[in-house]
Design a protein. Structure first.
Length: 134
């Protein structure tokens, strides 16, 4: 099994690998805080890959099919915490509710990933790391 760590330096290359892939399914494993998307490239299930979001802190989905229903992936974008809306929302919730925060100890070790579909839908995930597994 080949795993590639997606980071700010290679995000655009990784995005080109999954452009026009079909999102077959996804699952969130609560205990592991892991979100896994199974994708197939060119509709070829033998060429299946997984996009794995490890250490998920928060996720948000806009699923309105603004441009028509489609399971095809348009692209992947990574955003640093300083520019991340999801990070800001989470930190506001933590501060306002007075939560003891395990996230705060790791806040430098997170990234926001936005996966856009050709339908106009967007999945946003705030996590420790993003991997592509072949």
């Amino acid at each position: 099994v080949k795993r590639i760590l997606v980071n700010l330096g290679n995000a655009s290359l990784c995005s080109s690998w999954i452009h026009d892939a079909v999102c077959e399914a996804w699952a969130f494993e609560y205990a592991q805080r892991r979100l896994t998307l199974r994708i197939s490239c060119d509709g070829n299930r033998s060429d299946a890959k997984s996009i794995i979001f490890e250490g998920v802190y928060a996720q948000h989905m806009v699923s309105c099919a603004f441009w028509g229903a489609s399971p095809y992936i348009f692209g992947l974008e990574l955003i640093e915490p300083a520019s991340s809306e999801l990070y800001k929302q989470l930190m506001d919730e933590i501060v306002n509710a007075g939560y003891d925060d395990p996230f705060d100890r790791e806040h430098g070790a997170c990234i926001e990933a936005r996966l856009q579909f050709t339908s106009g839908d967007v999945l946003t995930v705030l996590c420790r790391q993003v991997m592509i597994e072949e």
